[in-house]
Write a protein that binds this ligand. Sequence first.
Ligand code: TPP
Ligand code: SF4
Length: 333
Amino acid sequence: MAFQQLKLYQTGTFVAGNRLLDPEQRTVQARTGRSNSLTSGHRACRGCGEALGARYVLDAAMRATDGQLVAVNSTGCLEVFSTPYPESSWQLPWLHSLFGNGPAVASGVAAALRAQGRDHIRVIGQAGDGGTVDIGFGALSGMFERNDDVLFVCYDNEGYMNTGVQRSGATPPAARTANTKALGPEPGNAFGQGKFVPLIAMAHEIPYVATATVADLHDLEHKVETAMRFRGARYLHVFVPCPLGWGAASEDTVKLARLAKESGLFPVLEAEHGELTDVSPIRRQVPVEEYLRPQKRYAHLFGDPGRPDVVARLQARADRTIARFGLLPEGED
Ligand SMILES: Cc1ncc(C[n+]2csc(CCOP(=O)(O)OP(=O)(O)O)c2C)c(N)n1
Ligand code: SF4
């Protein structure tokens, strides 16, 4: 038989062949025993980063808790596409109440379990960025302040996607949404507004805060497992591209998540009790343009004549984030 060279490291991706790893090092997703907490048949768009992120997070959390898990969901795409009454794609106890009260409901479930002496059953709250950084923010801050025993997960697709792609407090500057039109001298979302909630979570000095993307499955699963080792309030902010809202190709979801990290626009980090403990360094820095161009929500920046001044402002923003969190290994910035 002719010699066949084994390609371990595919160019342009960070995918290492799972089957070549020791079984214990394989991802939860690569195991036949994974719980499929969000199972097939739901109605997410093709290539939905939120569906991918939720499956990764919940399966890893189910494994970490030996299946002793309850999930609470705020209103949003994840809730709507997974549970069109009377159907459900969830294969774990799952509860939905309102758009703004997900963190409060999750706190209540944790309190009820504790009162029943069943606090071996763990609680995850989950929402989109609108449900987390805007309407649910007060309830989330209260959950952090009381140090309630909940892991709250924000699936950040940078807008209110379920209701037609409106701006949220996590929408980045210059992005076009239904209510930040690509018109006038400052097209798209304004610069200098919004918030990066992981830093606000850290300011509460809760036991664990982390960010991740759907492009690095090992890292994301590791952070979920780490979070489940702590008791008290924990926060995980997962970057999840939305092909429909961003005007991106369905097959580019993972690539865009990787480019957000590699351009420095989205920092991947970990913190304990308010102190930064780790950052994922940029492996191959890319200009922000490489990330922005494939997305129609930024098309107004690249037309004729385009807006190179706005692209430069976005690059400066990435550069500030890189410097702030030390994302480039020594000597590479
Ligand atoms: C009090 C209230 N206001 C508005 C709505 C309508 N609404 C439902 S989901 C949603 C947006 C959800 O956005 P996000 O949390 O970012 O999740 P995504 O759909 O993007 O995943 C809105 C505005 C509602 N259900 N309740
Ligand atoms: S609109 Fe976006 S977040 Fe909602 S299901 Fe489609 S791809 Fe997913």
